[in-house]
Design a protein around this ligand. Structure first.
Ligand SMILES: *Cc1c(COP(=O)(O)O)cnc(C)c1O
Length: 399
């Protein structure tokens, strides 16, 4: 079945509700009754371990990330994307009694290195990490070959990347990692390319993670993270189980109410993402040709260095709802352009119904600013594309 058809019914199980309601039910219980013989006939013990509403979300996400083997794929959901990131790193740092080593993209979501610089890089067996340009296979191979075999090494991909929209070829890099060592885990942060565009588990990844705060939820009103593991890759199975163990013991789980909101968001994800991609393509072409724009970064542009890779792994027609552009004139000019936007809202985050614009250099942590000073990042929402274009045109006029 097409993913859009699955999405339209995501989480809907009338037979699970006595009244046969068409909306997923919310079960707020933290604890569940035992039978006289001590068994748990409802299948749940305590909600840090599992909860019916959370199960519903996790099953729906597994179905989207790996439609061919959804029953077997294990999904664990978290109270935020960063909690999901933490669980994956913690799993790598506690599997087989070995410490962890991460090879991260050089323009990784800034929260990941922040976590590593903070809690995870101190202690008896600190997590070690290094950065690589994931568009250069030779550089990635060198880092993987140089990794200490006494550590659990994870190749961490994020594509398209934040904020330069660099495209990492998932299948090629997963194969490369396998050829270096079958013990290297491949994890993809798929937040910018939700499963209607890209399904990394079908391309050789062991784990895919999402900040479901973004496209999965889609309405800027719920924080949530998801990790889905491959059911037959040996590392997918072991990492998936370890992520699940971290979830149950640390307890950074989403509430049943949050799970309901993400499930509701999912039902429109197909059309939301499609619309965002179409508008983003049109806006990118407009920005790319604008005299006040020095560079536009969008994988849908034929001139983008990742265009062919994006076409191969994002379904061929769509290239995501995120783009960034550099205002000629630098940082002050870019901040002024954002300030002149009226319809487009100045705010961080992405994947909501409303179009957002953000001056990245001023939000990145001090000492680790990687964005060019004139760069503005745009999360394209669901407004009329003509209105969005007119807003950008007016904002750029004064630049
Ligand atoms: C937002 C985001 C995260 C973090 O997710 P939260 O839900 O904000 O904790 C991780 N990775 C990427 C690519 C993101 O955009």
């Amino acid at each position: 079945m097409h993913l859009h058809s699955l999405l339209a019914h995501a989480g809907v199980r009338p037979s699970a509700s006595p009244a046969r309601g068409l909306s997923p039910s919310i079960d707020p219980s933290t604890t569940f009754e035992r039978a006289t013989d001590g068994a748990f006939p409802g299948g749940h013990v305590y909600s840090r371990m599992s909860n019916p509403t959370r199960d519903n979300l996790e099953e729906a996400a597994a179905r989207l990330e790996l439609p061919a083997a959804a029953e077997a794929a294990l999904c664990s959901s978290f109270s935020s994307g960063m909690a999901a990131v933490h669980a994956v790193i913690q799993a790598a740092a506690s599997l087989n009694g070995k410490p962890a080593h991460l090879v991260l993209p050089d323009d990784c979501y800034h929260g990941v290195p922040s976590q590593l610089i903070g809690a995870l890089s101190s202690g008896a067996e600190p997590v070690t990490w290094e950065l690589a340009d994931m568009t250069r296979a030779g550089e990635v191979e060198g880092k993987l070959r140089g990794a200490d075999p006494g550590r659990n090494t994870l190749l961490w991909l994020e594509t398209p990347s934040n904020p330069l929209c660099k495209v990492s070829p998932i299948a090629e890099l997963a194969e490369l990692a396998r050829s270096v060592s079958p013990e290297i885990g491949v994890v993809v942060d798929g937040t910018w390319a939700p499963p209607t565009l890209s399904r990394p588990l079908e391309m050789g990844a062991d784990l895919v993670l999402h900040s479901a705060t973004k496209y999965y939820g889609g309405h800027s009103d719920v924080l949530c993270g998801l990790v889905v593991s491959h059911p037959t890759s040996p590392l997918g199975v072991s990492y998936g189980a370890q992520v699940r163990a971290v979830q149950a013991s640390i307890g950074a789980v989403p509430s049943p109410f949050d799970c309901f909101l993400v499930l509701r968001g999912l039902r429109t994800m197909g059309v939301r993402v499609e619309r965002a991609c179409e508008s983003a393509m049109e806006l990118a072409a407009f920005l790319d040709a604008h005299p006040k724009v020095a560079r536009c970064h969008y994988p849908g542009l034929a001139s983008h260095p990742g265009h062919a890779a994006a076409r191969a792994q994002m379904g061929g027609e769509h290239f995501g709802g995120m783009l960034s552009f550099e205002v000629a004139g630098g940082g002050a000019a870019a901040v002024a352009v954002a300030a002149r936007c009226e319809l487009i809202t100045r705010a961080t985050s992405l994947g909501g119904t409303e179009t957002l614009i953000e001056h990245r250099a001023s939000i990145e942590p001090e000492g680790r600013v990687t964005s060019p000073p004139g760069l503005l990042r745009v999360s394209v929402g669901l407004e009329d594309v003509g209105d969005l274009r007119a807003d950008l045109e007016r904002a750029l006029e004064g630049a």
